[in-house]
Design a protein. Structure first.
Length: 399
């Protein structure tokens, strides 16, 4: 048995028809655990992600990560001949992943009903801005709109500041993870029941709603509308970032009564545990400004090393707020194998985040970075018996 055979998704083939972040991320997670992911891209252009974000030597850095372990096939799905080639691939696949607006694939003759007739065991994941149902279904949507409409941006940021969007693709990445989870559920059901696949409808908004569900419940049940609290939590105190005497920041969280006592012991004020203003979580939340002031005053007179050493000795939950160079040099991440170096043909060695999660018997792995546009077109069409037609198809813009 080879290493590839030992991977948990060996033998699963995925057709990744999607662009940009969320749905391609789903395909990427599957590829890391052995799925054969075929990235289907528009000839001459490819996924817009190839031109997005920071670049080095003309290459998108993020593309190298989000498309790792994939094979690139150029194919114009908008023309009949391109759609027919895809239909030849569908019987060889287990999963199709797309993120076009609902109805687009149907107009191209590539909707789920059509593809399922060719392969009844096919699982199809469609990720869109607002899903297939509702009055927003046919509107274009990106993660930014989901972060705003879901209520996340309203809750995020400083109390006296504006609603704040995350500075990374939070909705997209979370939807990508949820998509991978959904695909595995559908494959499991297929393989343990009647062998039939199904259509998965996932909006970018729904997963992020799960993140803020406690605030939705607070409004429904208690009439609390939710507000921005910076780094504080609305459910537990103390929880914040504090500036040390050397200008560094530390993060502290005390979400259990025993941890709170340890924090009070560490700052030399054990009596606070019996103070009526701080004796339980409910009253600490009511007096959180005063509590943060007491902790912040203690922290501000010590270096970050002193704060962390003292807190760790007391077994309080505290850690440094690290910048990016510090993250990449963090010995705990290095020792755990959270980072992996992969050779890229354009950029040389690249240090990427390793596969998450770690499986003891069938770990995933990163074996290639994002491919060149159409790098595997000849290889894949040859597998379909169309190798001798590639030049002609390319000349007509089909591939």
């Amino acid at each position: 048995m080879t290493k590839a055979d030992a991977m948990p998704l060996a033998g699963i083939r995925v057709l990744d028809l999607a662009t940009m972040m969320a749905a391609p991320a789903t395909a990427g997670y599957l590829a890391e655990f052995g799925a054969d992911v075929i990235k289907v891209e528009k000839p001459g252009e490819g996924d817009p992600q190839r031109k997005w974000g920071t670049r080095k030597g003309g290459a998108s850095l993020y593309w190298k990560s989000i498309s790792r372990n994939k094979r690139s096939l150029t194919l114009d799905l908008r023309v009949a001949e391109g759609a027919e080639i895809l239909k030849k691939l569908v019987p060889t696949a287990d999963v199709v992943i797309a993120n076009f607006r609902p109805g687009t694939l149907e107009r191209w003759g590539l909707g789920f009903e059509t593809l399922s007739a060719l392969n009844p065991g096919l699982v199809m994941l469609e990720i869109s801005g607002f899903g297939r149902l509702g009055d927003l279904a046919h509107r274009p949507g990106f993660g930014t709109l989901a972060e705003a409409r879901s209520g996340f941006a309203h809750l995020n940021g400083q109390a006296d500041g504006p609603p704040t969007l995350p500075n990374m693709g939070l909705a997209d990445q979370f939807s990508g993870l949820m998509g991978a989870f959904a695909v595995m559920l559908a494959l499991y059901h297929r393989d343990r029941s009647d062998g039939r696949g199904q259509l998965i409808d996932l909006s970018l908004c729904d997963p992020i709603l799960r993140l803020i569900e406690p605030s939705l419940l607070d409004w429904q049940q208690l009439g609390i509308p939710g507000s921005r609290t910076g780094s504080r939590s609305v459910h537990v105190a103390p929880r914040n970032v504090y500036r040390c005497g050397d200008g560094r920041w530390v993060a502290l969280s005390a979400s259990t009564p025993s941890t709170v006592r340890r924090v009070f012991d560490a700052i030399g004020k054990p009596e606070l545990a019996d103070d009526p203003k701080f004796s339980d979580n409910a009253v600490r939340l009511q007096n959180v400004a005063e509590l943060d002031s007491l902790i912040g005053e203690w922290v501000s007179t010590r270096t970050s090393l002193e704060v962390i050493t003292t807190m760790e000795k007391a077994e309080a939950a505290v850690g440094p707020v690290q910048d990016i160079p510090e993250v990449l040099a963090d010995p705990s991440l290095v020792d755990r194998g959270s980072l992996v170096t992969v050779s890229d043909p354009e950029l040389g060695p690249m240090r990427l985040v390793n596969v998450v999660p770690h499986l003891s018997r069938t770990p995933g792995r990163v074996h290639t970075t994002g491919p060149r546009l159409g790098q595997h077109t000849l290889e894949l069409l040859t597998e379909l018996g169309l190798g001798d037609q590639v030049d002609e198809l390319r000349a007509r813009g089909v591939v």
